[in-house]
Design a protein around this ligand. Structure first.
Ligand code: NAP
Length: 266
């Protein structure tokens, strides 16, 4: 039986200024939890604070900056014992193979992998202090199901989320002995400012509120793996279990089709 989120918790959430992070923050504050919210846009964080001024602390920072993060470490401490850190800040940049640019790979990796890893510089000591007082502590890492299949144009994004998931699973192994749970969230397509930029069909797209509901429900249940929507993630798992030669043929055909559509539309 899980004790996560059973009583009022102090939760740090990154990428809270829009999309999934904002929706999760709204859901958690509605349930009475206390939040520290991080993003780069102060105004969006202030808007969140207005929902519950005495229970939400904005802590603006670029999560890729070690020093900026150290600058908000005090906010985590001042807020009380940290019960949960939800590391959700992320980006998605697609590659145009005809105009290959390694910056696309670097940008995805820097924000999604290095940024998340840097957040642990301040989250881990705070979670350890909580465990030392006999309270539960949970680290939640928002990855993606996108890397379960080699989609064209997703070289940078998929590689970053594959690396991030490995990072999380490896952390889970190391932190188990300390009693810190590590949860991996693997969403399918969610309607947010990030996916509003996409120019291709997004099967089984869910709203940010729907995604937040599934994440919070999974956390309350004590799940360590939260993947949704099921029809999409099962389809990806089934595709990913095919022999590599078949995966390659399907992936190449999808890539050709999407390039044709792009050429027709653009
Ligand atoms: N939407 C989907 O379909 C989908 C699917 C699978 C996984 N995900 C993952 O879910 C997470 C949230 O994505 P979303 O769709 O909600 O996108 P979003 O609406 O664009 O939100 C991204 C959030 O991350 C923050 N962020 C980005 N770079 C940052 C940085 N360097 N420092 C601090 N904050 C930063 C943004 O805040 P500022 O702009 O204020 O900095 C924003 O709050 C990402 O990790 C994404 O990969 C999304």
């Amino acid at each position: 039986m899980s004790v996560r989120l059973e009583s009022t918790s102090n939760i740090w959430i990154t990428g809270a200024s829009s999309g999934i992070g904002e929706a999760v923050a709204r859901a958690l504050v509605e349930q009475g939890h206390n939040l520290i919210v991080t993003g780069r846009r102060q105004e969006a964080l202030d808007n969140l604070k207005a929902l519950a001024p005495d229970r939400i602390t904005p802590a603006r920072a670029d999560t890729t900056g070690k020093e900026e993060l150290q600058g908000i470490a005090g906010s985590l401490e001042a807020h009380g014992d940290l019960n949960m850190a939800i590391l959700n800040a992320g980006t998605c940049e697609y590659l145009d193979i005809a105009d290959y640019d390694s910056d696309v790979i670097s940008n995805n990796i820097t924000t999604n992998v290095v940024g998340t890893a840097r957040c642990l510089d301040i989250a881990l000591p705070a979670l350890r202090r909580t465990v030392a007082k006999g309270q539960p502590a949970t680290l939640v890492i928002v990855s993606s199901s996108a890397w379960w299949f080699p989609f064209g144009r997703a070289e940078g994004y998929g590689a970053s989320k594959a690396a991030l998931t490995y990072f999380a699973h490896s952390l889970r192994a190391d932190l188990a002995q300390e009693g810190i749970d590590v949860v991996v969230v693997s969403p399918g397509f969610v309607k947010t400012p990030l996916t509003d930029r996409n120019d291709f069909p997004m099967p089984f797209l869910v709203s940010a509120e729907d995604a937040a509901g599934r994440i919070v429900k999974g956390l309350r249940k004590g799940s360590n793996e939260i993947a949704f929507p099921k029809r999409f993630t099962w389809m990806l798992k089934a595709l990913g279990a095919l022999p590599q030669g078949l995966i390659d043929r399907i992936a190449a055909s999808m890539s050709r089709q999407s390039r044709k559509e792009q050429e027709t539309n653009g």
